[in-house]
Design a binder for this molecule. Structure first.
Ligand SMILES: Cc1ncc(COP(=O)(O)O)c(C=O)c1O
Length: 424
């Protein structure tokens, strides 16, 4: 498409957008009486309408039923987490038995690593992408120490080629095959939080399996951003948060995928708790753990209902729209942002270097951009003008036009604000 950096053009794209009505389903922070230009859905998604009412309903049921709410609440708390199986499975391309909502992201990553990082003999190494989210790296290092290993000996961070900003697929696959029998685990972000690079998860999984390694993904920046087919790709495990693209509020419940191959294997070690125990016999309160033959057996505690309420509202929207329709809009919206940034660069002479790959199949909606000559004050300057973006040191802004609620006009207006700032 021949894009134009022009209000009428942006509005014409919004007019043609089949998903445009979803914007009305979200609550926007205000600036000078208008909605802000919100580009940080990759950090904390906006609140879907209906969340407050859903909280009030749950409070009412608690008030009305006390402990009996476990069974008598309109959405009984005893089985509350089961309400998410269908929606979460659809979202990540899994069977319902392969997903469970529980805890939060880093906790879940550590729990999964307890099962899936089992160094033995010379097979001890963990391969991950350059600059993973630090929490993941801390988890890898602590798991190595848990096994009495020195993280420096087993953690392998795969760097891009000299002079390049992101990883090439062939280099990832080569690194896996070269590590071969030394490789215990490959654990990448589905989309890297810093660069916005979307990794070829199917090929990475295949390559890991070819050398006898396990493959898992942190999908914090992928779930709700790009279509996923975890079961078909034969991924071993994955985890994600729900407060970014999944709009479920700060610190909301995390999601877990365990391939049915592993979930049905009762001999596979998992940390145990009563919520992972066979539901038929759970209340016999016996001493021996009998794992449910699904991903649920990784959940240890009863469902944190109040931490899941918003996710139910949000997941309903995702089930309605579907990831393929979202991705279709997302590709166009991010391509437009890419174009607008180029226009701003040409008009103002300000150097803006996109870190995120140009190839749409290697990115989600986020673009990460190096802004030469500016520091984090740029974010405050933008905020004063009603634009919300985020900053990563030393000089990177991350911009995420989210197809559920951002418009082409938002992108155009962002471009105009940047043009004004850089022209000063
Ligand atoms: C890729 C990634 N992993 C892990 C985390 C940590 O998440 P949590 O605080 O929910 O454990 C984040 C948070 O933004 C993240 O982006």
């Amino acid at each position: 498409m021949n894009f134009q950096f022009d209000l009428a053009f942006a509005q014409s794209l919004d007019h043609a957008d089949k998903l445009s009505s979803y914007r009305e389903r979200f609550l926007f922070p205000q600036h000078g009486g208008d909605k802000v230009l919100y580009f940080t859905g990759n950090s904390l998604g906006l609140q879907p309408k209906g969340v407050k009412e859903a909280f009030v309903a749950e409070c009412d049921d608690w008030a009305s039923y006390g402990v009996e709410g476990h069974f008598l609440a309109r959405k009984p708390w005893y089985s509350y987490h089961e309400r998410f199986a269908a929606g979460a499975a659809k979202l990540v391309g899994a069977k319902e038995s392969e997903v469970v909502m529980m805890n939060q992201l880093t906790v879940n990553l550590n729990l999964l690593l307890v099962t899936f990082y089992r160094p033995e003999g010379k097979r001890r190494k963990i391969l991950f992408e350059a600059k993973p989210f630090p929490s993941d790296q801390y988890a890898f290092a602590s798991q190595a120490r848990l096994h009495g290993l020195n993280p420096d000996d087993v953690l392998v961070e795969l760097l891009p080629r000299e002079g390049e900003l992101t990883l090439r697929k062939e280099d990832i696959l080569m690194a896996i095959s070269e590590l071969g029998e030394e490789l215990a685990l490959v654990c990448f972000g589905g989309v890297n939080y810093f660069t916005g690079q979307l990794f070829p998860m199917k090929e990475i999984t295949q390559a890991a399996h070819n050398v006898g390694a396990i493959c898992g993904f942190d999908l914090a920046h992928a779930a709700g951003n790009v279509p996923l087919e975890l079961h078909e790709w034969d991924v071993d495990f994955a985890c994600w948060c729900t407060y970014k693209y999944l709009n479920s509020g700060p610190g909301s419940v995390g999601g877990v995928f365990v391939n049915e191959r592993h979930a049905t294997n009762s001999n596979l070690f998992r940390l145990a708790g009563w919520w992972g125990h066979n539901k038929e016999t759970r209340f016999q309160m016996g001493p021996d753990f009998d794992p449910i033959p699904t991903a649920e057996s990784w959940s240890m505690s009863n469902a944190p209902v109040f931490n899941m309420i918003a996710h139910e509202v949000s997941l309903g929207i995702f089930s309605e729209v579907g990831m393929n329709a979202l991705r279709e809009k997302s590709l166009l919206l991010t391509a437009y942002l890419d174009f607008v940034l180029l226009e701003v660069m040409q008009i103002t002479g300000q150097k803006l270097m996109r870190i995120t790959p140009e190839d749409p199949s290697q990115r989600g909606c986020q673009l990460s951009v190096i802004v030469d000559g500016y520091d984090r004050k740029l974010v405050s300057t933008l905020y004063e003008q009603g634009v919300v973006v985020d900053w990563r040191e030393p000089n990177v802004i991350r911009l995420a036009p989210v197809p559920l609620y951002n418009t082409f006009e938002d992108v155009y207006r962002l471009g105009k604000v940047l043009e004004k700032i850089f022209t000063r």
